[in-house]
Design a protein around this ligand. Structure first.
Ligand code: KIV
Length: 265
């Protein structure tokens, strides 16, 4: 399979080819995603919740993000490999942001980093890109600001917020971002942004008008049971199947039917 690069992601938009993306936090799933032919694998800071069991994405540290990226790196040879920059790894100042972005490229050989926000991060995005490190933006519901939003509701629903989002999206493109995630915004607004921008948009809860789609893998496989947003299409009920298998194993051990003669030396 061909290695997906940042310029190739642009070619996909130019050719009207949709971009498929999912998240991974460790080697095994990364391998499955890569073998399944996903275009982009994101080591999302959502790993703070679905992998590490935190209530929000905020606690994830740089060292933890690098740890997850190293595991995923070993499983990815085809997909574009994007690393999420953790909360406070890029907001304090541009120098710190560049050094932290650089860690993902030096220590893990990622293809790109992703960071959240519009106007306040434009200079940072520009500097990171100027240093040769591709950046994916993230607008709409930005989970690192969840304390400010107070919840996971749909963003940019009124005219002023929609106008600001469009400005932010154009700003990110001008700052050099190669793509951006649009999370949980009205479908019509996401379509308008996608048509206005030259670079691709990757939607999550943002309707069919985006140039690509991303979901958290554990959500679409039915593994993460804490909450189920309506935008998640669940392709499996894996938590139920896994629990059944685990209970059966436990029962087999307890009633002595495991291991049998074939499973013994
Ligand atoms: O952290 C994450 O997984 C994300 C995607 C869902 C876009 O930011």
């Amino acid at each position: 399979m061909k290695k997906i690069t940042v310029p190739y992601i642009q070619t996909m938009k130019d050719n009207g080819e949709k971009i498929s993306a999912l998240t991974a936090y460790e080697f095994l799933f990364a391998t499955l995603l890569d073998q399944a032919g996903l275009d982009i694998i994101l080591v999302g800071d959502s790993g703070s919740m679905v992998f590490n069991g935190n209530e929000t994405t905020l606690p994830l540290t740089m060292d933890e993000a690098i740890y997850h990226c190293k595991a995923v790196r070993r499983g990815v040879s085809h997909a574009l490999f994007v690393a999420d920059m953790p909360f406070l790894s890029y907001q304090v100042n541009t120098d710190q942001a560049m050094l932290n972005a650089g860690r993902f490229f030096k220590e893990v050989q990622v293809d790109a980093v992703k960071l959240e926000g519009g106007e306040p991060v434009l200079e940072t995005v520009h500097k990171i890109v100027q240093a040769g490190m591709p950046v994916m933006g993230h607008l709409g519901l930005t989970p690192q600001s969840i304390r400010q939003f107070g919840g996971y509701g749909v963003r940019a629903k009124n005219a002023d917020a929609a106008e600001q989002l469009i400005k932010d999206a154009i700003g990110l493109e001008q700052a050099g971002a190669f793509a951006m995630v649009l999370e949980k915004i009205p479908a019509a607004l996401a379509k308008e942004v996608s048509e206005k921008l030259t670079i691709p948009t990757i939607g999550i809860g943002a309707g069919a008008g985006c140039d690509g789609q991303i979901l958290v893998t554990q959500d679409m496989l039915g593994l993460f049971e804490e909450f189920k947003p309506k935008f998640v299409r669940q392709y499996m009920d894996l938590a139920v199947d896994v629990k059944k298998a685990l209970q059966q194993y436990s029962q087999d051990v307890k009633d002595g039917s495991f291991p049998n003669a074939d499973e013994s030396y």
